[in-house]
Write a protein that binds this ligand. Sequence first.
Ligand code: M6R
Length: 357
Amino acid sequence: EKGTYPHYMLKEIDEQPLVMRKIIQAYQDINGKLSVDSQIIDAVTEADRLYIIACGTSYHAGLVGKQLIEKLAKIPVEVHVSSEFVYNMPLLSEKPLFIFISQSGETADSRAVLVKVKELGYKTLTMTNVPGSTLSREADYTLLLHAGPEIAVASTKAYTAQIAVLAILADVAAKSRGFSEDFDLVHELGLVANAMEVLCGSKEEIEQMAYDYLTVTRNCFFIGRSMDYFVCLEGALKLKEISYIQAEGFAGGELKHGTIALIEDGTPVVALATQKDVNWSIRGNVKEVVTRGANPCVISMKGLNEEGDRFVIPHVHELLTPLISVVPLQLLAYYAALHRGCDVDKPRNLAKSVTVE
Ligand code: M6R
């Protein structure tokens, strides 16, 4: 039920801190340590390569998941769009494990890959929000997202739940492989939940940003580097999906290879700056687009912020920034759609779960 909320999407954005806390609880053992079914951890650690298969927002979560798994558990990961995988099947490693990420567990494009790789005899794991869904029933193993029902077509809390569960999987697999970094994920995810709460309390500010940048524009670009780039892809999808503004996410370093030609006087460019290593270079990219007339909207993380940034998000662990940098982008899309009179929860031409190939 929507309760007092005007739209499911806004309610689901607001639920994210609670979802983070639920996930921590769901994956904690009686000693408070993070734990994942041992069969799943065995399947992950015995694999020589993980293949993440997903569509849309779930694919974007997979891109972040690859970084988490490779950095923490040091297992190679490939991420593929489901609808392309069957046609452009990569050369597979000797012991692959296929991980399907799907909020609904019903996406036909992902199921087609599942059927195919099962025929080939490979092991499969589904990460889904819906217990008993087709992808969950048909895979060898399931990891649940614990996000609660997601009704709005635009996925929000499922995305952050997917990243949090991927982080837990990466962390537990890392420990089981003997890599114990100085990283207390329970504590860090708790800080993420608190930071999300702060962001959900900043709606007026973000509504004003949507008003200033997106009321009349016909396009909008999102730029970022490293983890921020993946969040830019998601921010752009959110915006185009519900506000019909043409939006694209670009890697900062790619601008000069063609994309910068799109920048005109007044083009809104949202830049994410949450990663220390690339802060100087994304700042350089912002200068480049400003020189061409762009209207920049820099969203930075506390500690990396500079004068003139439009919005500053609280500080969280560098590996977990996508969980919070996405929140202002979700709200930006929401308010842009609202101001433009769009049907936020049921955008044109789209269905919540895509059950045709
Ligand atoms: O249920 P799934 O996670 O498999 O759905 C995948 C995509 O269809 C979905 O994430 C879609 O991109 C969302 N509407 C984006 O907000």
